[in-house]
Design a protein around this ligand. Structure first.
Ligand code: ADP
Ligand code: MG
Length: 672
């Protein structure tokens, strides 16, 4: 975003804020002016000059139109949805007060003389206070859009694309998937992709909110909005336009936070029934005062009935704490976005705070997902080249990280690959294909078993490899074992710290892998995980997750596997995840680190804790305020809360509640 449009937005907001203040001032000057003049007696009594009071009534309706028409509109919109909001309370209160007052002006003889005061001043003062609250709320909400502006500023306008061997500057919108882009030092990366040439240091701090300089080399992912620090490099675009992580975060932040959560928890139910409940209390208050007022020695029951009923409506306004929830949620989502965490739905925040168990993939989640050939053992009379040639030739067509590593290794050793035919990928087990007359199988022990290949001769080497966290891949030709290739996938630097954080939060941690049991166990032990499910065939992953859910656990999954992500209550996809995984996850992370998952969980716990406390504050306020406003203490103490005080209490409580909802305590991002 350029200077002008961003300042336009803030100008616009400034204007909005001023509008609230103006409305508040107009209503305030009128209301307080009227109250004071009546108090000191510079204006006539109703009985003395009803024309004067009729004019005052008209002026009040002008104030209602000028300063409160939005309340009417919003209350009407809500009503059409069969909903009630804080606006409904205010509208009922001011319309009720105004109608009663006009009635008194026109037909004073119908009302007992003692119950005659009019409430035009109160109507205006309430409007003044509510506008003040709204101005404050607006101000608080606006701070939220800072992340949008900051992130929008990271979207580049142009980028350099290599087309037909020539470097061309193009508009970022014109970049297609699969194009090669060149990035020089100091430049912001335009789209998401994968480095193909060159090594550099990338600064992602603008996206993830903490200083982060990462060395990146071919095969590593880069994301739009990060800054190239040291060297030029080439990368291939993988996610473009609105699909980049950055664009998705911005889109999420722009979405209005009005999505109505399902009525499930007690809090939700309270919110839904709160306003109608208050109106019923107000009505009961009115009826009780009107009928029983005399019994309590009140001379003007009608007047008391009206005042108490209206005071109930006014005092409950902030308790229409519907505002507190969206504010707390947007603050959290904004904070998350600043830390490179994208919550795709507002509801996910709450769910994430209630997790019991977290299922982690091994490859690419706990490990880097970049295996490397570390050992080759051949059978008798077979040489290493022959083994690698067979394995690599068959695996050229496989997308599996192990396959890529084997092919890369063969290429590095300048081993020429053979033509293959009838390539066949066996899910969760490996691959097979023909080289000439010979059938070659490359895969795990299950594949060998299926094909009746005897692997006994390597039992000892296998044990050494697996207990060290190395994955053995068997290579067989015509059911004769040629040898094994050991591949090691290094564990990410902070996986152990992240697992430690999960455990300390009281989460159960389970590792799920298609890899063999011993290797998986070895890796699990290294990061401090005790529960392992392995080997799991891809088609059985979901069954395991469903089973955990049936046990009554709230399950999160960090994976690259779409069905697994979908079946979990909360699915996390790391920055390195595939496009589809990204789409299916509930939370996307800009970082490839599991610490981002721990941060997301911490943040949602803090948020729901904040919401709980806000709700509690609103509950306490209402439990004291409502009876006070209704006049329950009158028979005991002889005091009735004047409506103006109720208005002031309402405004103060609103400030406190909104401020509390907005002030999300910092969450700890560091590990340990
Ligand atoms: P994961 O994603 O946990 O690694 P997969 O289901 O993708 O699980 O793979 C399970 C196992 O199958 C791998 O650990 C490997 O032993 C074997 N395998 C799958 N595809 C290949 C392949 N192309 N080459 C060699 N081994 C393979
Ligand atoms: Mg896999």
């Amino acid at each position: 975003m350029n200077e002008t449009s961003s300042s336009f937005i803030s100008d616009n907001k400034q204007l909005q804020f001023k509008k609230f203040i103006t409305k508040s001032l107009v209503a305030g000057v009128f209301g307080f002016g009227l109250m004071i003049s009546a108090g000191v007696g510079v204006i006539p009594e109703i009985t003395e000059n009803s024309n004067f009071w009729f004019t005052v009534g008209l002026l009040t309706s002008f104030v209602m139109w000028f300063s409160a028409r939005e309340f009417f509109i919003r209350a009407w919109i809500a009503l059409k949805r069969h909903d009630t909001t804080g606006d409904t309370l205010i509208v009922v209160a001011i319309v009720g007060a105004w109608l009663y007052s006009m009635f008194v002006v026109f037909l004073p003889s119908f009302i007992p003389p003692l119950a005659q005061p009019v409430y035009f001043d109160m109507v205006a003062i309430i409007i003044c206070l509510v506008n003040l609250v709204l101005a404050f709320e607006f101000h608080v909400n606006n701070k939220v859009s800072h992340a949008i502006e900051r992130l929008t500023g990271l979207q580049t306008k142009t980028a350099v694309v290599i087309r037909e061997g020539i470097a061309t500057q193009v508009s970022t919108q014109d970049i297609a998937i699969g194009e090669t882009l060149r990035v020089v030092p100091g430049e912001i990366i335009a789209v998401d992709g994968e480095i193909v040439e060159g090594e550099t240091t990338i600064d992602e701090s603008m996206l993830i909110g903490e200083s982060s300089l990462e060395k990146k080399s071919p095969g590593d992912t880069v994301i739009a909005g990060s800054i190239n620090k040291t060297e030029s490099f080439l990368f291939i675009s993988r996610r473009i336009a609105k699909d980049t992580l950055l664009s998705q975060i911005i889109a999420m932040l722009r979405r209005p936070q009005s999505s109505k959560p399902a009525v499930s928890s007690l809090v939700d139910k309270t919110v839904v029934f709160f306003v109608p409940g208050v109106m019923i209390i107000s009505l009961i208050t009115f009826v009780l005062w009107a009928s029983l007022g005399i019994t309590f020695g009140v001379n003007e029951p009608m007047s008391y009935a009206i005042v108490s009923a209206l005071t109930v409506l006014v005092i409950a306004y902030p308790g229409a704490f519907k505002q507190a929830l969206p504010i707390a949620n947007s603050v959290a989502i904004d904070r998350a976005a600043n830390s490179g965490i994208l919550f795709r739905h507002v509801e996910t925040l709450q769910e994430t705070s209630k997790l019991d168990l977290i299922v982690l993939d091994k490859t690419g989640t706990i490990t880097q997902g970049k295996p490397d050939v570390v050992a080759v053992h051949t059978a008798e009379n077979i040489d290493v080249t022959e083994l690698l040639q067979a394995a690599a030739s068959v695996n050229v067509q496989s997308e599996h990280p192990l396959a890529r590593a084997i092919v890369l290794n063969a290429k590095e050793q300048d081993i020429a690959l053979n033509e293959i035919a009838q390539f066949n990928a066996i899910s969760g087990k490996g691959v097979s294909a023909y080289i000439g007359e010979n059938i070659i199988s490359v895969g795990n022990d299950m594949l060998m078993k299926d094909q009746c290949v005897d692997i006994e001769q390597f039992a000892e080497s296998i044990e050494t490899l697996t207990t060290n966290g190395v994955t053995p891949v068997y290579v067989a030709r015509n059911k004769q074992l040629l040898g094994i290739i050991g591949l090691a996938d290094p564990i990410k630097a902070d996986s152990k710290a992240a697992v430690h954080r999960f455990i300390r939060k009281g989460l159960l941690v389970v590792m799920l892998s298609g890899d063999n049991k011993d290797t998986t166990h070895a890796i699990a032990t290294q990061v401090g995980i005790t529960q392992v499910i392995a080997p799991v065939l891809p088609e059985h992953k979901v069954e395991h997750i469903e089973k955990l859910k049936r046990d009554g656990l709230a399950v999160a999954v960090v994976s690259n596997d779409v069905p697994a992500l979908v079946s979990a209550q909360v699915g996390f996809a790391l920055a390195s995840a595939s496009e589809q995984a990204f789409e299916s996850a509930d939370i996307n992370l800009m970082r490839g680190s599991l610490c981002g998952v721990a941060d997301a969980i911490d943040l949602s716990c803090i948020t729901s804790d904040n919401i709980r406390k806000t709700m509690l504050a609103a509950f306490i306020y209402n439990s004291i305020g409502l009876p006070l406003a209704a006049g329950i203490f009158y028979p005991l103490l002889g005091v009735l809360l004047p409506p103006i005080y109720a208005g002031i209490a309402m405004a103060l409580a609103s400030f406190i509640i909104i401020n509390h909802a907005n002030r999300l305590p910092a969450f700890k991002q560091a590990d340990g």
